[in-house]
Design a protein around this ligand. Structure first.
Ligand SMILES: NC(=O)c1ccc[n+]([C@@H]2O[C@H](COP(=O)([O-])OP(=O)(O)OC[C@H]3O[C@@H](n4cnc5c(N)ncnc54)[C@H](OP(=O)(O)O)[C@@H]3O)[C@@H](O)[C@H]2O)c1
Length: 278
């Protein structure tokens, strides 16, 4: 029987790294995008059912994603999961998020439950905030232009994780039978305060960088000025509120054991991405 893995969101921070990691291991892998380019890519849109059946043809395992911040993620995942089961997919690895194990009403937890009830073998991958968020706009652009990192995080600590490590865990979740029926929290190796994050960026970029702790109103106004749609502003503020409650602070307990190496430190990540902040 065919052993092709299909990676939804194959152009995203995690998806493109999963495709690369699996290709490097010589595994048969296909990527999916709404605008596929190049060999090994198929068209797939969570919101367009006509793309579902063709994408899952001959596929044995799927990395399932939800659109970033989609409050209706379960509604959009339902026809996708049904199409996978109908096409004979045997295994699903869900790209979820940290915290899905603590709140049954989270949209990504609802997707997880749908997958658990699908009859397919499943693994959920629940990452913390990606380090990459700090090295891409709008945060990287603010650091580059003003030497400040403004976030409504007070003295919250976050165990930021490199998307590369999330992808490595995801590749295991798609192929290692020991992970079937498990949810894996994917945290970075250190619980970082944001003065420390700013200082690490400053060292790497060779410039002054200062953390500015915003209150919620200041953060809302800043995101509005940056052109975030109102629904997204509310959502992002809710994530930050959970981080202030300490939800994202715990450092890695699983990744090092799974990968046989510690996850990447922010120091090393920053050194490799220094140009993003200059
Ligand atoms: N960023 C974080 O810190 C973080 C932390 C924990 C969990 N997560 C979760 O990880 C997932 C991906 O987030 P991300 O930040 O990695 O996003 P990202 O890098 O921006 O990637 C998003 C991916 O979603 C795909 N996509 C968007 N709309 C789609 C649609 N209608 N149909 C099919 N594919 C669609 C895009 O593919 P195309 O545009 O090519 O179609 C893209 O590959 C989200 O569910 C998010 O909640 C993110």
């Amino acid at each position: 029987m065919s052993e092709v893995c299909l990676i939804l969101g194959a152009t995203g921070e995690v998806g493109r790294r999963v495709v690369a990691a699996m290709r490097a291991r010589g595994l048969a892998v296909r990527g999916a995008s709404r605008a596929p380019e190049g060999p090994g890519m198929v068209r797939f849109d969570l919101l367009d059912r006509s793309t579902h059946g063709p994408a899952f043809e001959g596929v044995s395992a799927v990395m399932l994603i939800s659109r970033p911040g989609d409050e209706e993620a379960r509604v959009h995942a339902a026809p996708v999961v049904a199409a996978m089961a109908a096409a004979g997919v045997r295994r699903v690895a869900t790209l979820s998020a940290l915290g899905a194990g603590r709140r049954e009403d989270f949209s990504l937890r609802r997707v997880e439950r749908l997958v658990e009830g699908s009859g397919m073998a499943w693994t959920h991958v629940r990452p913390n905030f990606f380090m990459q968020m700090l090295a891409r706009p709008p945060l990287s652009a603010e650091v580059a232009a003003k030497g400040t990192l403004s976030l409504p995080l007070g003295d919250a600590r976050i165990a930021y994780v490199d998307a590369e490590d999330v992808a490595a865990v995801m590749a295991r979740a798609l192929t290692d039978d020991a992970l079937i029926g498990r949810a894996v929290d994917v945290n970075g190796p250190e619980s970082l305060g944001h003065h420390e994050v700013a200082a690490t960026i400053a060292r790497a970029a060779g410039r002054d960088v200062r953390y500015v702790a915003l209150d919620e109103d200041e953060a809302r106004r800043l995101m509005e000025r940056r052109g975030f749609p109102p629904a997204q502003v509310g959502r992002v503020l809710r994530f930050y509120a959970l981080a202030r409650e300490g939800w994202c602070a715990a450092a890695d307990a699983e990744v090092a054991g799974l990968l046989g190496r510690p996850p990447r430190t922010f120091d090393r990540f920053a050194a490799a991405h220094a140009s993003a902040w200059r």
